[in-house]
Design a binder for this molecule. Sequence first.
Ligand code: PLP
Length: 462
Amino acid sequence: MEHSDSLPDGKTLEDLQALDRAHHMHPFTAASALRQAPPFVVDGAEGAYISGQGIRLLDMMAGLGCVNIGYGRSELAQTASDAMKALSYYHSFSAVSNPTAAALAGRLAELAPEGMNKVFFANSGSEANETVLKLIAFYWRKKGQPNKRVIITREFAYHGSTLATTALNGNIAMLEPYGIDAERDIARVEAPFWYRNGGDLSPEEFGLKAAQSIEDKILEVGADNVAAIFLEPIQGTMGAIIPPDNYLPEVERICRAHDVLIVADEVVTGLGRTGHWFAQETFGFKADIMTLAKGLSSAYLPISAAILHDSIAEVIEGGEDIFQHGFTTSAHPVAAAVALRNIDLLDEEKLVENIANDLGPYFLNKLKTLEVHPLVGEVRASGLFAGIELAKDKETREQYPLEAGICEHVSQAALIRGLIVRACGNVIVLCPPFIVNHAEIDFTVDVLGQALDEIYAAIQAS
Ligand code: PLP
């Protein structure tokens, strides 16, 4: 495994931890945690493993669901080096382009669902979604319907951490500290979370009910006021919520009937995770706009994209006016080169097909063996995106109170056995790199079984 040969400026690990604690403000981190203990410093990674401080861990989260190609690919390092030497940077404002951005835009249009041909580049998933919020407002104004401003979003949604995207998030606790108005131009509907909300309904019955809640909301707000719905095909951050099969096609039918745009936030699902290039193919629906980030470059460099259907692009680009939006590093030539090579590698190595034909079914079948465990309510997966839902009572689907932190305890017990998974509420989420193998999946299931046993025994003893 590759490690940095020496620490910067001959500093020791302790020096770096002290610098970090003093000066580095971490995202989504309780500062108190860093007061209690130093940060874990990761300094090497290869394949499906990360390492640091003498510890090697199997990363079944691929970072934050992003290092799809696996860590340490020398092809991408070489591509970045070559691209940086050729053109380290130039902007893409005012009708200037660069070869790799132009080629990447073309490649994405080729891969994307039919009719999605126009690409706007940004640097993160949040920026791509923020871009779409502005695109949508611009679109409806140009269409002469400026009242169409309300965005529908769902319980448990996560669309980013800029101010505007934060307002779309389902977890109200993410909004409150900033005094964000949770209602202004935003309408919230239920998530297609059959296990939690389905009650006695079959998944299909519940799929229709959850979709109907969108139509009800459109009618309540007035279709003339509703601009779009934002949706993650699988809601990841809040627990790998996989909708019933009929839900997304029904949402599409409803949105078409009321002239409401569909934005597929494919920041996690895009570029192969569900066994198709895009989750729209997996779940049988078509969006008007989709966003990509994470897996676009396998997070080797920051780059994201908003991809528009022709019907949207024609309106946005019609006339002489300017879409007043963009970032200094939009369409960065080095990031674009890396994303292009990343897509080529996924393609050449047939990694997406392999998820559909082999890894996905293997992953689901193996994880499903955990469903008999007394702590597990449901195991669900699509491709290489899985959630293990914990339950206090398997019959009634009663949850443990979140304050009990049962899921965190299970993920900690897995971590000390060498496995990274993510605790999301009462769900253990797995989002491994596409190069994971059967033996690593077997190890994951063994370790999770042990971790669940340990925590269950502790609960019984308490
Ligand atoms: N959308 C989804 C579905 C995500 O999961 C995330 C991040 O986890 C984002 C958007 C935001 O992406 P970023 O963290 O790159 O801004």
